[in-house]
Structure formats: structure tokens, C-alpha cells
Design a protein around this ligand. Structure first.
Ligand code: HEM
Length: 387
């Protein structure tokens, strides 16, 4: 279940806390209920975030050598930082992503999406097939992020390749050959980030000015370039696919009887791009009646928590605005709760508003396919044509 958790049937019975061994024999406690997932996320004294970015397939010596050759280091900065430096680093990142700055990007993004949707509509009208992942979802979040946070001058394709390589290296079941190739890709880009971190302005400059060491600046940029764009690309793709199969929701969007914001929240609840997130038990404890020895890896099944019948009326149905719709844990909770949530929501709202009419008349030629991964969906394509 661990590496394709989104493919689990919704009605299958799961214990509140399930012991599951992974592909290399490591045991994890998988937490399936909303209340328990929230309890873990909001109790940093008992459950630390230190393992959030640990490779789920141990990295063999050959790949470690490749990483070391690029002087790759990923010290605790944001998501895996349970230490005293976390609040100060987070505050600087949160400032760069402040809701006011996010809102200021909305008109520009709306113009860009409208232009893209015009081109897509013309291609569909001409009888063509269009990959909405490639043409719409893949690069938009990175383009917006680059306007909010100064980033290294690298082509979009290179950043996407690096980010997807990182998600695979740290969260996928892998063989040694693949790990080595991914280590080379991730290590190469880490070098680019290191150079930029030493001289770049914007967020990098603010972190340096606040006295944070170079490793922290690199770590923050590394995480932002992965978490700050790949997640939203994935979410946009999954949401567009879901909406293509929800004609009643599309009709309600057209009539204005459903709010775009409610559609985005229901999308986050039912199609979160991050399906699980990890913590590690800091002390011996119990969770939902299950003994948890210190050091245990805890896999929080965020996607399942969003479908917990205890919190939402119709867990498996896409009903924007239903009771419990907004109580999902797609962005986590507590001290490490996603700092880019308003940005992701704004991007999704613009895309839904601008594409709803287009989606109304399409047929799906190719559904998004997602490779095995503990945490990220990573859809590869979503191809449609006019009905
Ligand atoms: C739909 C899109 C997104 C989803 C589902 C998502 C989800 C998450 C989750 C589950 C966490 C871990 C929370 C926890 O440990 O409690 C997280 C953390 C984080 N996210 Fe997002 N995220 C998204 C988009 C973004 C964007 C657009 C940015 C920034 C541009 C971003 C930046 C971050 C950062 C910096 C953290 C670490 C916060 C900390 O440790 O203090 N995320 N996100």
C-alpha cells in the first residue's frame, strides 16, 4: 500500500494505526484517521519532523559518492527542521510568500492562463489532442514562484527535471542504478543552487543578511524549488482531471452556483498531491491505543485523513462546500504547516476559473499516470480532446 496509496479503494477497512513494512523491511506506523494525523502533526515534542526528507530507499555508497562529489548536503532547514533555527528561517520564507505578495501576482497569472487557455481551445476546436499537464500545469507554478522569490537563472525544463529527480530519489522505491543516475541529477543542480545562494538577492539575500549559514540558504532554496512548484503542478493536473469527470460541478461553476474557492478546497481534500508525510517518534508513547517506541517512523496518510467519515459528510464525493470539505490536512498542520498554501490556492483558483468552460466539452484520451512513490503523486500527462 505504501507506494501507491492513492490507488487503495476508498471503502477498504483500515485500522486507525496500521503497521506496514516497506520494500527494504523497515516497519512504519501508518496513521489513517483525521484526528490522529492532526494529533501527531501538532505535537512536535512527541513526534519530530527530522525524517521528513529521509530517503525511503537507503542511498547506497556509490550514489552517496556521487552526491559527495557535488558537495551535496541537506541540513535541517524547513520541513525536516525540529530545532531552534526553524521559526526564524520559516519567518523569512513566509515573508517572501506573504498573502499580499501572492495576491499581487493574480492579475499577471490570470492573463497568462487566459492566453494559454485560448491557444488550447483553438487546438481542441481544430480537432487536436492537448496534454493539459504539459501545456498548462507543468510550468505555471515555477513561473509564479520566480516572480516572488529570486531564483537561479536556469531553464524551466532543468528545474523540473531536478525537482522530479529529487522526489524520486527521496520518496520512491528504487534500484541502485537508478539511484546513481538520480544522485547525479540532484547533485548537479545542488551545485547551481550553492553558487546562487552565495550571491543571489531576494530570499537568498534575506537569509544571508539574517546570518544564516550558506548550507541553510541552499537548503531553503532546494526545498522551495521542489515543494513550491512541483506540488502545485501535480495538484493542478489531478484537479483538472477530476473536474473533467465531474460534469455537475462544471455546470455549477458555469452558472456561478458554486464558488471556485470551494472547488479548490474539495480538490485538495480528494486529490492532494502529497498523499503522506512523515514524522518520527521522539519518545516511547501510544497513538490510538497502539504502542509507539521512540524512533518509529510514522507515515501520516494525509489523503485518507481527508476522506475520514468522522469529519466529512460524503467522503468520496466531490461536493464543493460540503460540511468538512475544508478540514482536509493536505497542507499539514502545526509548526510546519505549508507556508505556500495561499500561493497554491491562488494558482488553483485562477486555473479552475479559466479552464472550467474548456473542460466541459472534453473527453479524456489519456489519464494521468503516477509512478510508485511514498509521498508525491507526480502525474506524467493528461491528454484530452473535444467530444
Ligand atoms: C497544492 C500544493 C501544496 C501542497 C499540497 C503542499 C503541502 C505541504 C505539506 C503537507 C507540508 C508539510 C506540512 C507539515 O509538516 O505539517 C508542506 C510544507 C511546506 N510547504 Fe507546501 N504544499 C504545496 C505548495 C507549496 C508552495 C506553492 C510552496 C511555496 C512556494 C510551499 C512551501 C512549503 C514549505 C516552505 C514547507 C515547509 C514549512 C515548514 O517546515 O515550516 N508549498 N507543504
Amino acid at each position: 500500500m505504501l507506494f501507491r496509496s492513492w490507488a487503495q479503494t476508498a471503502d477498504a477497512h483500515w485500522p486507525d494505526v496500521a503497521r506496514v513494512s516497506d520494500h527494504v523491511g523497515v516497519a512504519h506506523l501508518v496513521v489513517t484517521r483525521h484526528a490522529l494525523v492532526r494529533q501527531v502533526l501538532t505535537d512536535p515534542a512527541t513526534y519530530r519532523p527530522d525524517n521528513a526528507l529521509d530517503a525511503v530507499t537507503p542511498v547506497p555508497v556509490a550514489a552517496l559518492r556521487v552526491l559527495a562529489g557535488h558537495r551535496f548536503r541537506l541540513p535541517p532547514t524547513l520541513a525536516n527542521n525540529g530545532g531552534v533555527s526553524h521559526p526564524a528561517i520559516r519567518a523569512i520564507v513566509a515573508d517572501a510568500l506573504h498573502p499580499t505578495r501572492v495576491a499581487a501576482q493574480r492579475p499577471w497569472l490570470t492573463g497568462l492562463v487566459r492566453e494559454r487557455v485560448g491557444g488550447i481551445a483553438a487546438a481542441l476546436d481544430a480537432g487536436g489532442a492537448v496534454d493539459l499537464y504539459a501545456e498548462l500545469a507543468a510550468d505555471l507554478p515555477l513561473l509564479v514562484l520566480a516572480r516572488l522569490v529570486e531564483l537561479p537563472d536556469a531553464p524551466v525544463g532543468a528545474v523540473k527535471e531536478f525537482a522530479r529527480a529529487a522526489l524520486e530519489l527521496f520518496w520512491a522505491p528504487l534500484d541502485a542504478e537508478r539511484q546513481q543516475a538520480l544522485a547525479a541529477e540532484v547533485g548537479r543542480f545542488h551545485r547551481v543552487l550553492r553558487e546562487f545562494a552565495a550571491t543571489g538577492g531576494g530570499l537568498a539575500g534575506s537569509l544571508r543578511a539574517a546570518g544564516h549559514p550558506p548550507d541553510v540558504v541552499v537548503g531553503a532554496l532546494f526545498f522551495l524549488l521542489v515543494a513550491g512548484q512541483e506540488t502545485t503542478s501535480q495538484f493542478l493536473t489531478l484537479l483538472l482531471h477530476r473536474l473533467a469527470g465531474e460534469p455537475a460541478v462544471l455546470a455549477a461553476l458555469r452558472d456561478g452556483t458554486v464558488a471556485v474557492g470551494d472547488v479548490v478546497e474539495e480538490g485538495l481534500r480528494l486529490e492532494p498531491p502529497i498523499v503522506t508525510w512523515r514524522r518520527v517518534a521522539a519518545v516511547d508513547t501510544t497513538l490510538g491505543g497502539t504502542a509507539v517506541p521512540a524512533g518509529t517512523s510514522i507515515v501520516l496518510w494525509l489523503a485518507r485523513a481527508g476522506r475520514d467519515p468522522a469529519t466529512v459528510d460524503a467522503p468520496d464525493e466531490f461536493r464543493p462546500g460540503q460540511r468538512g470539505s475544508r478540514r482536509h490536512l493536505a497542507f499539514g498542520a502545526g509548526a510546519h504547516r505549508c507556508v505556500g498554501d495561499q500561493l497554491a490556492r491562488m494558482e488553483a483558483a485562477v486555473v479552475v476559473a479559466e479552464t472550467a468552460a474548456l473542460l466541459d466539452g472534453v473527453t479524456v484520451l489519456r489519464e494521468p499516470w503516477c509512478p510508485d512513490n511514498l509521498t508525491f503523486r507526480m502525474p506524467d500527462a493528461f491528454v484530452v480532446r473535444r467530444r
